[in-house]
Design a binder for this molecule. Structure first.
Ligand code: F6P
Length: 590
């Protein structure tokens, strides 16, 4: 028997940027294969990857406990000059907002005078649209934190960066360490510290690696970095990274809240909470075949230039907005390809900047009401609408809407949590997440105990289930559309420093060329010319500014790098064929 090849502990490519061996063939299977492959890949959140600590691991739980203890100290204080600030970029920032918002509501309901706040690189517009470049701005990260915490005497700062890579968060952690009396810094990510990003950060003398190392030695900070394994789509940290972020932070904060108001509750035991999430993971993927059916419908829509719309009621509707926003940079999707809407839009979300504008004259529509007035009339049989169904309270309203959509011939998918719902039959595909969601979190202190926290946890569990389902639908649909080859995003937007380097590595893999040759091909594709000598010495941020507004940078670059195409011929051939077909015909992909 051959010995299992060990993953070298000192390997330098971050685990979050590796290809996952489970998903290398994700693009050659059916929708069912995709759903089952994602199920396996998500299992690594709980089971772990290789011999690294997983989410369900003593080391992790110990670190989580420390954060929960700090959170509890802040929550207990009613002076108003202490806060818990959660920060991040892209999906990590959206989750920062979501958690801060939800836990503020919980604190209010518990009559705890907690102060939660959030920061997201690029501001509130980044909650709903992809704003990748602000992720590279370490200074802005620091300034945003200074501004937000100006009147606070003590701040528990939680910086999320799945890849241990975002300069925006690095600037904030560095600031925390320089202001020891005020800040307790926590770094949340999914790589070992030695794999933190070493690339220079523009206009700074530190890298993320420097900051993470300093934090390790700092004494007063906490690093929470279990390994959840490479993403199903290489580097797509919205998937496992986002899910694990939600699971870890909700568990920690729930424990902190429970320890104040229900000290004997099961919610004081992190292991028990984590096991409930694992249970929900299993229950969710029991619906693999209906998830596969939804993937097929969504893929059909995207392939025929239709749309996929998610609509939801209450805060769990935010899962739709969260999922939709990452399709643009990950798959170079158009903004309208996958969209999320939530009942009462901005009022439900209560984000800091309120209603947002997409352009100077165009509002960014996110409400169900916007959907009904602007999108519903234009629906066609090429579109798919996914209902994230609420509880029974609004059955009549939902039924009416379903009938209006049905009249357009549009495909309808429902995600339902109730045991029995009269709505199930109205959908072409219904994803029914079975089971009694309160079974795991029995209200063990008897009938007199408030069920607030139990209900809250059940909401959290439903949200993570929705996240897994929507991630599967949008990822699966884009895989079937040809936006992934051998587990790699073949049309990733080159819209920040990290994505610039990821693009080079993708080009190098497919064209089988070294990094330098791949870099030149990426630059040629960004500037759309065969000679790039004059731009070789520019800052990466300048390439990114240009790359962000260009289409098909990576497909064009891959073809150029094969040495068989010029810019012009690469663009010409991509007009009528896909990069996948071309690479197959060249024997570069099986
Ligand atoms: O740069 C884009 C992106 O990869 C998003 O897809 C992701 O949500 C965001 O960066 C944040 O990444 P991280 O959590 O690793 O900082």
């Amino acid at each position: 028997m051959s010995a299992k090849k060990k993953y070298p502990k000192d390997a330098t490519t971050p685990i979050t940027e590796l290809r996952n061996e489970l998903t290398i063939d994700i693009d050659v299977g059916t929708a069912t294969d995709i759903a089952r492959t994602l199920r396996q890949c998500d299992a690594q959140i709980f089971l772990g990857w290789k011999d690294f600590p997983s989410v369900l691991d003593e080391n992790t739980i110990e670190a989580m406990d420390k954060v929960a203890e700090k959170a509890k100290e802040i929550l207990r204080d009613s002076s108003g000059d202490k806060a818990i600030v959660i920060s991040g970029c892209g999906t990590s920032g959206r989750l920062a907002y979501f958690l801060a918002h939800k836990f503020s509501q919980l604190a209010e309901a518990q009559q705890i005078s907690a102060c939660y706040d959030y920061l997201i690189a690029g501001g509130d517009i980044a909650l709903f649209t992809s704003q990748e470049a602000p992720e590279d701005d370490w200074k802005r990260g620091e300034e945003d934190l200074i501004h937000l915490s100006r009147s606070k005497k003590q701040v528990l700062f939680i910086g999320i960066t799945c890849g241990l890579s975002a300069p925006y968060v690095a600037g904030q952690l560095d600031h925390c360490m320089r202001h020891r009396d005020t800040f307790i810094p926590v770094l949340l990510g999914f790589n070992p510290v030695h794999q933190a990003r070493k690339n220079p950060i523009e206009q700074w003398d530190k890298s993320f690696f420097d900051v993470a190392n300093a934090l390790e030695d700092y004494g007063k900070g906490i690093i929470l970095n279990p390994v959840v394994g490479p993403e199903a789509i290489t580097g797509s940290s919205r998937m496992k990274g986002g899910s694990a972020t939600k699971i870890l932070l909700e568990s920690i904060l729930l424990k902190a809240h429970a320890s104040i108001s229900q000290p004997r509750s099961v919610l004081n035991r992190l292991t028990e909470i984590l096991l409930m999430y694992e249970n929900m993971y299993r229950r969710t993927y029991l619906s693999c075949s209906s998830i596969a059916c939804a993937i097929e419908l969504a893929a059909k829509s995207l392939k025929s230039n239709g749309h996929v719309f998610y609509i939801g009621w209450g805060l769990k509707g935010f899962m739709g907005l969260l999922d939709a926003s990452e399709c643009v940079p990950t798959f170079s999707a158009n903004f309208d390809d996958v969209r999320g809407f939530i009942e009462e839009g901005y009022s439900t979300l209560n984000n800091r900047e309120g209603e947002l504008m997409l352009t100077e004259s165009k509002k960014l529509c996110i409400s169900l009401e916007d959907f009904q007035s602007n999108f519903l009339p234009e629906l066609t049989l090429h579109d798919t609408v996914v209902f994230i169904l609420p509880d029974n309270k609004v059955v009549q309203e939902v039924t009416q809407l379903i009938h209006l959509i049905k009249e357009k011939g549009t495909q309808l998918i429902g995600i339902i949590f109730q045991k029995e719902s009269e709505l199930s039959n109205l959908f072409k595909s219904c994803i029914h997440v079975e089971g009694n969601h309160s079974s795991g979190c029995i209200n063990e202190e008897g009938p007199s105990t408030p069920i607030l926290l139990t209900d809250f946890l059940n909401q959290c569990l439903q949200e993570i289930s929705i996240k897994w389902i929507l991630n599967a639908i949008s990822t699966g649909a884009h895989v079937l559309k040809g936006k992934v080859i051998r587990g790699l995003m073949i049309d990733v937007k080159v819209s920040n420093n990290k994505l610039f380097h990821r693009a080079i590595s993708i080009v190098s893999t497919f064209a089988r060329v070294d990094q330098k040759c791949a870099l030149h091909a990426v630059l040629k594709a960004i500037y759309r010319r065969d000679s790039i000598d004059d731009v070789l010495n520019l800052q990466i941020s300048e390439h990114v500014a240009r790359g962000t507004v260009m289409d098909q940078v990576v497909p064009v670059a891959v073809l150029i790098a094969t040495d068989k195409f010029s810019i012009a011929s690469a663009m010409e051939v991509l007009r009528t064929s896909t990069v996948s077909h071309i690479l197959k015909s060249l024997g570069l992909v099986e």
